[in-house]
Design a protein around this ligand. Sequence first.
Ligand SMILES: [Zn+2]
Length: 278
Amino acid sequence: MLRRRALLLAGLPVHAWAQAYAGPLFDAHLHYNDDAQALHPPADVLGRMARAGVRGALVNSRPNDGTLRLVSEPGPQWVPFIRLYRDRADYTGWFADDSIRLMVLELLKRGSPAGPFRGLGEFHLYDSANADGPTAIALMRLARERGLTVLAHVDDVAVDKLLGHAPGTSLIWAHTGISGEPLPRVRELLAKHQGLRGELSYRAGITFDGKLGDDWRALMTQHPGRFLIGSDTWVPQRLQHYEGLFAEYRGWLGQLPSEVAQRIAWRNAAELFALQAA
Ligand SMILES: [Zn+2]
């Protein structure tokens, strides 16, 4: 009987029969920016999270009031991060702007309704040379000193530079390379930097037609503790598709060994941020 079943399955693409992952999810890349707040009050966001089975989230917003507002809601396990942007102008100059460092220090002192801030970012570096900017260096060292995690939307060169300024710092690489850095390069950086984790929103090439790629399955199985998933609600439209985004994640998570899927879906974040069981 078992053998017959195996033979039947052998003829089907793996995703046609793999069960979607059904356990708890952690959203490691949630923004609640000013443009989303009017369209999606906190109750609306919480409803979407609940329907998607998202039990906790790393929240960061432009400006930071969005985060303070959202994490004052009871329910999900919140992990508040300090975004380095007061407005859009800060995206391109934060790495050499000492007033950003002062803002970070002030917010660290104040904390959030969900407890202390746990990290810095998301920040962007469109040119990896700016990873050597004075504020970038100072904030990496501050993160290491305070035990904060950094969420960085940067390329592979900048990952290396940032962690070179503060070796051992916990850094979540947003999108695991938005430019689609080749997997051998991702593997090399994971081996070199033990505090490095990859968040997988917008990462191209993970699935093809819903099927998890063999190269990605191998990488995730080799490093089950190093990946996280997120929504990246950088524009309000992403919130409208929130449940669909996580349904997609559940689809390919279900094609991994269940231990690996559970880690990427929830446990890696739970361990990193000392969350309660979901
Ligand atoms: Zn983002």
